[in-house]
Write a protein that binds this ligand. Structure first.
Ligand SMILES: NC(=O)C1=CN([C@@H]2O[C@H](COP(=O)(O)OP(=O)(O)OC[C@H]3O[C@@H](n4cnc5c(N)ncnc54)[C@H](OP(=O)(O)O)[C@@H]3O)[C@@H](O)[C@H]2O)C=CC1
Ligand SMILES: Nc1nc(O)c(N)c(N[C@@H]2O[C@H](COP(=O)(O)O)[C@@H](O)[C@H]2O)n1
Length: 274
């Protein structure tokens, strides 16, 4: 039976998104990566760092949840976990917990938190939803020492800590960046075949940088008809300079613009040509 809070996404609309979704393939060497977020007309994800800002209208929000139902995992940075206290589940009608059995089509939330800054507890939305059978408990990718209390909380709910190991197989003392390709390898080892990366600014800008662009398989961006003004969390990757020349960082091909309510959703595949 469907639940009252379930979202619907019409087949006529999902048909347009499907060419950008992961297709089942046992031979992928790394998880399929979809980069997806909602942005304002001035390329911002939120009004200010640490502030959650609703940009997607109801139709594009349903689209995001449709995407969530089609990926094994949703990944966010700790900045987003702290700012948004997100649910990170899928609320499309028919998935597990929303009319469907078990946790079918519920993605695994993955929080990248190298320094152990996310102070979650049993009342955090993602933990409550896991307890209610409406989503999976998160995996915490970290190089920090996580308290036994937090580990137990995660594990009781079905989540876990993924200690990030360096190439020498020792826990790395992470002070800054974990390589994305190593992170995707860790997820692949855990059986993740597809991951949608939702944000926030640091994560998106890092993935869009010329060094990481090749790791992205699909991009789905919701553009909301609003300007947020200076001071927000902006999507703008570092510049690319080769042989002293400035070059564009990346471009999409197979581009489709899909109007959804008052928003427009841009879908594309990274163009790997120089
Ligand atoms: N409109 C939208 O679609 C979305 C909006 N948002 C918004 O974005 C904002 C949050 O963005 P932001 O503050 O940039 O934070 P992020 O969510 O991008 O998290 C950034 C932090 O995550 C850790 N991290 C990220 N990548 C790596 C890596 N490769 N290796 C190691 N650590 C990594 C670092 O933690 P540390 O600093 O501890 O080293 C980093 O500072 C919020 O306001 C949120 O509401 C978020 C998602 C989607
Ligand atoms: N698609 C989209 N549109 C917006 O307007 C947003 N602010 C976001 N944010 C992302 O969704 C998470 C919050 O949603 P849930 O509580 O998980 O349903 C948030 O953490 C961002 O990842 N996305």
């Amino acid at each position: 039976m469907a639940t009252r809070d379930a979202l619907k996404f019409a087949t006529s609309q999902s048909d347009q998104i499907d060419p950008y979704l992961p297709s089942p393939s046992p031979h992928l060497s790394k998880p399929f990566v979809t980069l997806t977020f909602a942005t304002s007309l001035d390329s911002q994800l939120s009004l200010a760092p640490g502030v959650q800002t609703a940009l997607s209208g109801p139709e594009s929000k349903a689209m995001t949840h449709y995407l969530r139902s089609k990926h094994d995992a949703i990944l966010i940075g700790v900045g987003t976990a702290v700012a948004d206290n997100p649910s990170l589940n899928c609320r499309i009608e028919g998935v597990g917990g929303y009319g469907g059995p078990g946790l079918v089509a519920q993605p695994r939330p993955v929080v990248v938190d190298p320094k152990g800054r996310w102070d979650f507890d049993a009342e955090s939305k993602v933990m409550k939803l896991a307890k209610e059978g409406k989503g999976k408990a998160p995996w915490l990718v970290t190089g920090a020492s996580i308290s036994q209390e937090k580990r137990d909380l995660l594990e009781r709910a079905g989540g876990k800590v993924l200690e990030f190991l360096s190439s020498s197989n020792q826990p790395s003392l992470l002070t800054s960046s974990i390589s994305w390709s190593a992170m995707l390898d860790v997820l692949a080892d855990q059986g993740v075949k597809s991951v949608m990366i939702e944000g926030g600014g640091v994560v998106i800008n890092d993935l869009l940088s010329s060094a990481n662009f090749k790791l992205i398989d699909s991009v789905v961006v919701t553009l909301a008809p609003t300007w947020l003004g200076k001071g927000g969390v902006q999507v703008c990757p570092n510049e690319r300079i080769e042989d002293g020349r400035r070059l564009p960082v990346g471009r999409l091909k197979d581009v489709k613009w899909i109007p959804l309510g008052e928003d427009v959703v841009l879908c594309g595949h990274p163009n790997m040509e120089p």
